[in-house]
Design a protein around this ligand. Structure first.
Ligand code: ZN
Length: 376
């Protein structure tokens, strides 16, 4: 994320603060300063710092478990609303995701347990509701500080276990569902559950005039939808094969064809690239751009071999669309040749891949509707 600054580095992970982060300190200072003057303001700011130290430990909990599974952790970023650990990739197994997700909230349990024991020994642990309300009004002191931090860690634990993306609870739920019904369905069900919870939370917040909570609910609702979209695109890309997506009905050229023939094709079809084939063997590719360029520069090539590109990226038909897209991006090739072993099948370009994804998404939707109808 841009506009953030590195604070420190732990276990090879950069811990950064976003430039809006001081807002959280200001909020704490304002909240306590209002009641207790300038010393209250300092107290509030320190309270926020301590809270965010707990958030860092929470994110480190996720990160260290992720590293144990060989997942690279790029950085931890602190925003005024909390922290995010950016993982290099998704865990491969549901049980790994479960352990990574649960590690964060467990850190807050450990902190709360430590503070609770310490406060309990001193007889400083308020337990009932009226004492909790007093805490919000209490004068700044070490006792108030520790008590407040104790309850904050319990709140962090409970809040993060809400079974809704992007909370840890959403990931835990997805991991458990994935063990039962697979990753893809698990994600969809977990996202649906999350959106229902967000909706309920939002209605409750609006009903009680809690604007901040309503914003959180909206954030959770969008987060759940986004998680589902990302997952669906990933699955489509990794399950569809290149062999399903290349243009089987493409027009091809012979080495003896003239450039005028290609211009004719360009004017009468939507096809942008043409394979030049001789006896089933691929000689090269003629792209629309190459033809237009040759026309523009006045090089009057009469045969397609004059404008043909012989260096064509070869891809195996068994590759997934995700792998194909990656390889084409690596080679910065707008078009590639699809092969089954040594047999040339056809050409594929970036637009074909996007189009295949659109159609696959549509087909799956239709298929699901049918399944629902037959189930009803
Ligand atoms: Zn977390």
């Amino acid at each position: 994320m841009k506009s953030s600054f590195r604070l420190l580095r732990v276990a090879g992970i950069d811990i950064k603060i976003h430039f809006t982060f001081p807002l959280a300190l200001l909020f704490g200072a304002f909240d306590w300063g209002e009641k207790h003057g300038s010393s209250g303001a300092v107290f509030g700011a320190f309270l926020m710092l301590a809270l965010f130290a707990c958030v860092v430990l929470h994110e480190l909990g996720h990160s260290l478990v992720a590293q144990r599974f060989g997942i690279e952790v790029r950085q931890i970023i602190l925003l005024p609303i909390g922290g995010v650990a950016l993982l290099g990739r998704l865990p491969r197994k549901p049980v790994q995701e479960l352990l990574i997700a649960i590690a964060g909230p467990l850190v807050n349990v450990a902190i709360a347990l430590g503070l609770g024991l310490f406060l309990g020994f001193r007889g400083d642990l308020p337990l009932d509701g009226s004492q909790l309300l007093q805490l919000a009004q209490a004068a700044p002191s070490t006792q108030t500080f520790l008590q407040w931090l104790f309850y904050a860690n319990i709140s962090l634990f409970v809040f993060n276990l809400l079974p809704a993306f992007p909370m840890d609870g959403g990931r835990i739920l997805r991991a458990i569902l994935a063990m039962i019904m697979g990753f893809s369905r698990g994600t969809r069900v977990a996202a649906g559950v999350g959106q229902m919870i967000a909706l309920a939370l939002g209605l409750f917040a609006i009903f009680h005039g809690q604007i901040l909570l309503a914003l959180v609910a909206a954030f959770v609702f969008l987060g759940a939808g986004q998680e589902r979209a990302v997952e669906e695109a990933r699955i489509l890309l990794s399950t569809l094969r290149l062999g399903d997506a290349y243009n089987k009905y493409a027009l091809t050229l012979n080495p003896g064809d003239s450039v005028h023939q290609v211009i004719d094709y360009l004017l009468t079809s939507y096809q942008p690239d043409f394979a030049v084939v001789l006896g089933g063997r691929l000689l090269g590719v003629v792209t629309r751009d190459a033809v237009l360029q040759s026309l523009a520069t006045g090089h009057d090539e009469s045969y397609v071999t004059g404008v043909m590109n012989r260096e064509v990226l070869r891809l195996d038909a068994d590759l997934s669309l995700a792998q194909a897209r990656e390889k084409m991006a690596e080679a910065s090739a707008p078009v590639a040749a699809v092969f089954a072993g040594e047999r040339f099948l056809g050409l594929i370009n970036q637009d074909d891949i996007s189009e295949a994804l659109r159609i696959a998404a549509f087909l799956r939707l239709a298929h699901e509707r049918k399944a629902e109808e037959s189930a009803a």
